[in-house]
Design a protein around this ligand. Structure first.
Ligand code: SAH
Length: 370
């Protein structure tokens, strides 16, 4: 049964002010309620003690605050935490919290499944169901913040959010931008602009749109230094080839003088990890303020890829560093609970039949190998 009530998690500050005005209330009341939701993790209007009783009753009757339902949670040996969150009767997505000495990063999903079919990503094999609503996106941060006892500006456990979970955030533009605004709002989670990162497989027109409407850090999933290889790994490259993608990144950076764009590069053994690839990559990276994040490939059932050797990754990194390209190797976290990059699966009711096709390929592979 779908509820007819508006879910307050679907509104950013301005939207909430407008909603309260429609209810015949002073807009600043909306801000009081935001604090209860995002700073104190309260969803029950009765507990909002500085909101008058009459308004509490009115809100109770007209609207609701409904975060996603936690289906299960799991902690990895390295303290990485993963939530499986139910989004409706049949679908679930995953959010992952990665604690480090000086920061806590939450990896957030933007869609149920993904339509882009990147060859080395397990979410890609599952097909696509639908976009997440604003409430379902910000709700992931809410669930984690509540679990961690996070209080913006006081007891800060959650310092960074990366839109690097399931889905392509730029294909769910409005909901993602609204949710990212709540992440950065002082009455929301109060994160600094640069601590909210949107990662994209490279939707060029949407990068330009983002550049105009939101001020967040940009990460781009590059994974290959030439079009032939990138099209094979990231089929979206056929539509938006590398030159166009980098031009959009240059435009994004040009509007933000101190920004650096992160290029993600999953290290796939024998595929994109050769010295010639490093040399090609250096040429591309010289064109704009960039840093490279090398991600050791995380495996999943049925994949044809393997992780590059540690020594290969280190020498690839060294080649880039020696050429003056800032390059990090992302430490793999949470892989014992399948919480590492590209391993998030959730439960996706596939509406593209990609899942069935993937299963068929696995079975064919197994038969051929037998
Ligand atoms: N669609 C967006 C958001 C997903 S981000 C994007 O493509 O950027 C997830 C990041 O992890 C991306 O850089 C993705 O390419 C990378 N990734 C996907 N599968 C992976 C795997 N199996 N091992 C390591 N990294 C992977």
């Amino acid at each position: 049964m779908t509820s007819a009530k508006a879910n307050l998690l679907d509104y950013d500050r301005q939207g909430l002010r407008d909603l309260f005005a429609q209810l015949g209330e002073k807009p600043y009341r909306a801000e009081q309620v935001m604090k209860w939701i995002y700073h104190r993790h309260v969803t029950d209007f009765a507990q909002m003690t500085d909101v008058g009783a009459a308004l509490r009753d009115k809100l109770e009757a007209a609207v609701e605050i409904v975060p996603p339902k936690t289906l299960f949670e799991k902690q990895a040996a390295d303290a990485t935490y993963k939530w499986l969150l139910g989004m409706d009767g049949s679908n679930a997505i995953e959010a992952v919290f990665i604690p480090e000495a000086t920061r806590g990063t939450l990896c957030v999903s933007s869609q149920i499944g993904c339509g882009l079919n990147c060859q080395f990503c397990s979410t890609g094999t599952q097909g696509f169901n639908r976009n997440l609503s604003t409430a379902e996106i910000i709700g992931q941060v809410w669930v984690a913040a509540k679990h961690l006892g996070n209080v913006p500006h006081h007891q800060r456990k959650l310092t960074n959010v990366v839109m690097m979970g399931m889905g392509e955030p730029l294909l769910n533009f409005d909901n993602v931008v609204r949710a990212m605004s709540l992440m950065r709002d002082d009455l929301g989670f109060g994160l600094a602009n640069k601590r909210v990162t949107l990662s994209t497989a490279g939707l060029v027109p949407m990068i330009d749109k983002l550049s105009e409407s939101s001020d967040v850090s940009l990460a781009v999933s590059l994974h290959a230094p030439n079009d032939e290889l990138r099209t094979e790994l990231v089929p979206l490259n056929r539509k938006y080839p590398i030159a166009e993608l980098l031009a959009a990144c240059q435009r994004y950076a040009a509007r933000r003088p101190r920004t650096t764009i992160t290029f993600e590069y999953t290290m796939l053994k024998g595929i994109n990890d050769l010295p010639q690839h490093a040399r090609e990559l250096i040429k591309l990276m010289r064109k704009l303020p960039s840093k490279v994040n090398l991600i050791p490939f995380n495996t999943f059932t049925g994949t044809r890829f393997e992780r590059s050797d540690e020594t290969t990754i280190r020498s690839f990194q060294k080649t880039l560093l020696d050429a003056g390209v800032l390059t990090m190797v992302r430490r793999t976290r949470g892989d014992d609970i399948d919480a590492a990059c590209g391993q998030l699966k959730g439960q996706v009711v596939d509406r593209t039949r990609r899942n069935a096709e993937f299963q068929r390929r696995i079975e064919l592979g197994a038969r051929n190998a037998a």
